[in-house]
Design a binder for this molecule. Structure first.
Ligand SMILES: Nc1ncnc2c1ncn2[C@@H]1O[C@H](COP(=O)(O)OP(=O)(O)OP(=O)(O)O)[C@@H](O)[C@H]1O
Ligand SMILES: [Mg+2]
Length: 599
């Protein structure tokens, strides 16, 4: 319940709307309550008429006309209230969704490592839809009903206070009986939502990577997994609903007994002359009016519990610790460096890091990269090269030691500033659906056409782009599926070029290219690196032979640091790789020779 109130508090700007809805609710209740009184008057009029007195036919017609007026007023006001409720609900939904997305954008990388995209989406859908649907229903139906109940009770009390007391006892009794049911119901609801979330998460992942699924003919497996989750929800719903309805029989049974008492009292009091016939008719109507919400209370409780569970899920995300201040609409800070040429721009000082508490990926890494220097990182797959890139972007906090970028500890630099200084070509090019132009311009929103084309030319992407139907306006599909691996990589390089950050990180930037294309892109990259500090990760040694220094890593530690020439002479990883490459090309030559002989 607290979380529901908190939801209302989130959208304070909707206060006038709430107030208007409450006002409409009061008017609906008031017009609704007038009806029993008019019918009472009509009954008395009819009774009087039958015994020869009263105002006769004109009197009852006048009362019928009054009924018409109240009904029309009630219809109009409740529809205005309905309109206000609908608009309030959609505004609330838009506010909650925006806040949720904004919050997600501020959550640290670690959150996304542990959640499936589809799960995040299905949770957003459910929590917000159910909460707003409930509030909409509450505003439009339950609020007028609750107001009528209070008024009806007061009026009943005016005629007979013990009848009102008996009526009043119904609510706490019913609420108590419902609360008894609630805990188990909620536990089952949470279990059900978990199944939906897991199924939804996998669903999105499978659709996103349908090519892999098809290639492994994994459709039946995926379908079975999906089915399994939904089957589980059927079982859970059976249990939940059976329990709910059993309890509802008990609850309503108790109510039926109380109403038996209430009607007996009204009938006997009328027959013994304590109430007139009109009063009896009035009281029966009021009791029915007050009884209505009790009957729909199961529905109300059901909907409100769904909403409460939804709110809880919502606030679970909203209460996650964020990594940065609010997402601002301001342009990102200019990518400049304070460090002078020759001074260290990137300093890893005994840096330690592990994704999980028990496994350390970096176990005390220290090195410096000077401004304008080109440094390559070499090490086996999984040694932690990409991890260092992530640390440089401030995606994860170090677990020990220090990391300075541009002379400042990364923990103290505002993240947008840090990220503006570092341009990355990721190992996995990760493009967005949309056009090629939009994807390149992602590096710098508002870039001119000429700048985009220049970046594409320098990354040697221009040629293939203009050959595509649509050219720069060609749609590339989700994550760029319509492009080849090498084409995606060149777009990613162009995007980084446009960002024009002073520190450049190339994580296997040319790994998907063939040797010829690689040489071409390499030229572009050379140009890009010329006046910048570059950290290069590459498996192909040809890419890194021209760097200033090479740093080799082994088992989370630095093994060697030196120029390519120096490291070629030691027996470290780099020398090893050089030897391997030499022997490989020798073997290749041999194979070629053999083909030539055979040919
Ligand atoms: N998000 C993550 N959560 C948990 N562990 C991770 C995560 N990313 C990487 N790792 C682990 O951290 C280690 C280092 O990974 P990293 O991606 O930095 O390797 P790499 O040197 O870039 O390898 P490669 O040359 O194959 O790209 C690996 O053992 C990997 O399993
Ligand atoms: Mg990597």
């Amino acid at each position: 319940m607290r979380s529901l109130i908190r939801i209302l508090g989130v959208a304070r700007e909707l206060l006038p709307a709430y107030a208007a809805i409450v006002a409409a609710g009061v008017l609906v209740a008031a017009t609704g309550l007038t009806v029993p009184f008019i019918i009472k008057a009509a009954t008395d009029e009819v009774v009087a008429g039958l015994s020869g007195g009263g105002a006769g036919v004109p009197g009852v017609l006048w009362l019928a006309f009054l009924l018409l007026l109240t009904d029309v007023a009630n219809t109009i006001i409740s529809n205005i209230g309905g309109y206000l409720g609908d608009v309030m609900a959609i505004r609330l939904r838009s506010i909650l969704s925006r806040n949720y997305f904004e919050k997600l954008l501020r959550l640290p990388q670690r959150y996304f490592d542990n959640e499936l995209t589809g799960t995040i989406i299905s949770r957003l859908q459910r929590s917000i839809t159910e909460t707003t649907a409930f509030l909409n229903m509450f505003a439009n139906n339950f609020l007028p009903m609750l107001l009528s109940v209070v008024a009806a009770l007061v009026i009943i009390g005016w005629y007979s206070w013990w009848l009102a007391l008996l009526m009043l006892a119904v609510y706490p009794l019913f609420t108590w009986l419902t609360a008894l049911t609630s805990r188990r119901w909620q536990r089952l609801e949470t279990a059900k939502n978990l199944e939906f979330d897991v199924a939804g998460g996998r669903f999105a992942e499978v659709v996103g990577q349908i090519r892999v699924v098809k290639s492994f003919v994994a459709e039946p497996r995926e379908l079975a997994h999906f089915n399994g989750r939904y089957d589980a929800t059927i079982g859970l719903t059976r249990e939940q609903s059976a329990y709910w309805h059993k309890m509802d029989v008990a609850r309503r049974g108790a109510l039926n007994l109380i109403f038996f008492g209430i009607y007996s009292i009204i009938f006997t009091a009328t027959i013994s002359g304590e109430f007139t016939l009109g009063v009896m008719v009035l009281l029966i109507q009021l009791v029915n009016m007050a009884r209505q919400p009790v009957q729909s209370m199961s529905f109300l409780v059901d909907a409100s519990q769904r909403a409460i569970t939804g709110c809880r899920d919502y606030f679970k995300v909203m209460d996650e610790p964020v990594e940065s201040a609010a997402v601002s609409a301001d342009a990102p800070p200019p990518p400049t460096l304070r460090t002078r040429p020759g001074e260290p721009v990137v300093v890893f000082d005994n840096a330690r890091f592990g994704y999980t508490g028990d496994v350390e990926v970096l176990r005390g890494v220290s090195f410096e990269v000077q401004r304008g220097e080109r440094v390559a990182f070499v090490g086996e797959s999984g040694v932690g090269k990409t991890t260092m890139t992530s640390l440089l972007l401030g995606l994860y906090p170090l677990t020990g030691g220090k990391l300075l970028v541009d002379g400042r500890d990364v923990t103290t630099v505002p993240l947008p500033e840090l990220r503006a200084q570092v341009g990355v070509v990721f190992q996995d090019p990760a493009l967005f659906s949309g056009t090629i132009r939009e994807n390149i311009a992602y590096g710098r929103p508002g870039a001119s056409e000429a700048e985009i084309v220049t970046a594409a030319r320098r990354s040697h992407a221009h040629g293939f782009i203009i050959a595509l139907p649509g050219g720069y306006d060609a749609e590339i599909g989700e994550r760029g599926v319509k492009l080849s691996g090498g084409q995606k990589q060149r777009i990613a390089v162009a995007r980084a070029m446009l960002k024009d950050a002073p520190i450049l990180v190339l994580d296997e930037a040319t790994s998907s290219l063939d040797s010829k294309a690689e040489r071409l892109v390499q030229e572009g990259l050379e140009e890009l690196m010329s006046d910048r500090t570059s950290l290069i990760i590459a498996h192909r040694l040809s890419t890194i032979s021209s760097v200033d220094r090479i740093i080799t890593l082994r088992e989370g530690l630095i093994e060697e640091i030196g120029t390519p020439a120096e490291l070629a002479r030691t027996n470290g990883i780099y020398a090893e790789l050089l030897a391997l490459q030499a022997s490989a090309s020798k073997a290749d030559r041999k194979r070629l020779q053999r083909y030539e002989i055979l040919g």
